[in-house]
Design a protein around this ligand. Sequence first.
Ligand code: SAH
Ligand code: SF4
Ligand code: F3S
Length: 485
Amino acid sequence: MKAATYFLETFGCQMNVLDSQLVAGQLRELGLRRVHSSDEADIVLFNTCSVRQHAEDKVLSRLGELKPLKRRRPETILGVIGCMAEREKEGLFRKAPHLDLLCGPGELYRLPALLAEVSQRREQVAALAGSQSRRTKVAQRAFDDDALEAFDLSRLAALRLTMPHTADVNILQSYVRVQRGCDKFCTYCVVPFVRGPERSRPPRNIVEEAQALVDQGCREITLLGQTVNSYLHQESGRPVRFAELLERVHALEGLDRLRFVTSFPADWDEDIFRVLRDCPRICPYLHIPAQSGSDRMLKAMKRGYTVAEYLKLMDTARKYVPEIALAGDFIVGFCGETEEDFQASVELVRRVEYKSIFVFKYSPRPGTTADRGRQDDVPYDVKARRNNELLAVQSEISLQQKQALVGHSVAVLVEGHSKAARKARSAGVGSRQLVGRTPHDLITVFDGEASAIGSLVNVRVESVSPLTLFGRIEAVVSPPRPARG
Ligand code: SAH
Ligand code: SF4
Ligand code: F3S
């Protein structure tokens, strides 16, 4: 039987969302049609995340649910791609013997060939880093770079060939990878193990990709990297750093908004702040995780900065861009975290006055330095309590910041129907509620026609909750932009 349909579900971070879009492009070129239920699919793929145990458990449970399907229709190809395939390696075949395919994030460019191999050989196939071991390491790296670059650039062909705004690709807001992998090896983190060493993509390719997206109607680009500010590429013998890359992408005609995530507090380059201040289409938003407010914990995490240095950086950011919105990540209950350490994180959250924070309960990851050398000694209920406490502190701050916006007008890029509207509409109830974001990344909900999706509007804020602004459209600043012919 020749496969005609595929189902693809994505877990994890923006990198995975982007990888899934590229995979969707590959599969479309193979003539496969995307379906929205695994029951209807000839190929079922999960693009997975390993950052915490909970992320992996979700996938294991989804895989378990597919056992009856695989028994009923053994010809269905079932694949795990992405970070969890890379972390678990062939061991995942033992946990889920009904799996046909494993493909790590660095091998996704081979996916079409791997799918063909599975359907011909009807055997389990695994493509993981280092599995082509005959090559020397240096040659392997050069080969991987070229192959992965081709994977990212495959989007250009897909953009030229296919209709934009198809159900599986969000063109209005797009991600562009600027950097792969990570070299920081924070002691708790699995990412360097599953995504490999840090590599910066050639600036020319990044700009070309961004331009192609803008030509197809993209209004907002988010540059992606685990530590974007460490971006460094040698171009004709001279280094191009992140500040210059930002300027080059910002110069693209037709681009309305430019964002970037995630920033790493150490090795910061003040030129980036200058560019942020001087380039009006770069959103005044910085996602720059602190992880902890305790120097003892930061040291144990091997983050490479102190709380004082982090605070100084936040102050400098506000000196250059006074209204900048700051977002951060925190881990609670890391090995050895005392109540005092945790209170230091609370203190940091109060002091920085973030726009929003993401809080995670420490989850030991096999193979990391922390897992090998330290005890996961904070009980789960203590982690849960600290998690809630930190979120509650932020929630108060977020509410106050948003209350100050009531009566003011904010600029919003209209993304689509709100979650509530989508739910109502799928239950057959009409709803005109739309959602979008401000340059400061504030989620804004308001009523409007579907024809407003893709436009830039001004919304007058009428009420707020800790996470959301509510208001009404005051003016359409710029209508939806069609693709250039
Ligand atoms: N590269 C980014 C973050 C990547 S992972 C950075 O360094 O900022 C996203 C977030 O997951 C991290 O910021 C961290 O807060 C959290 N995280 C990573 N490993 C974790 C673990 N083992 N347990 C709990 N949270 C973790
Ligand atoms: Fe993980 Fe640290 Fe790299 Fe971020 S910088 S991906 S937390 S190792
Ligand atoms: Fe998860 Fe991989 Fe991203 S581990 S957070 S999907 S890089």
